[in-house]
Design a protein. Sequence first.
Length: 100
Amino acid sequence: MQIVTTGVAGTMESSDIMVRIEPSEHEGIELTLESAVMQQFGKQIERVIKDTLKELGVASAVVNAVDKGALDCTIAARVSAAAYRAAKRTDYVWNGGVNK
């Protein structure tokens, strides 16, 4: 998936995360994360963001995330939504759900 514009998903409400994905001139994922629970869960949040982008085939992007205590499933959903918006794609593939 190629990022061609800016995509945003999420809110600044409690238990959510605001994710902004933009095109990058460089290869790789440049991630900036702000979180009130950075000490406890920062590495896990970063891992979920990067793993979700990898699953979507995003090889190059600038990602800014502001976490307000989101669960992993919410983080993955917001990253996916922002990535699809940034790639201008509508062929969504839902991988979540109760049986996953």
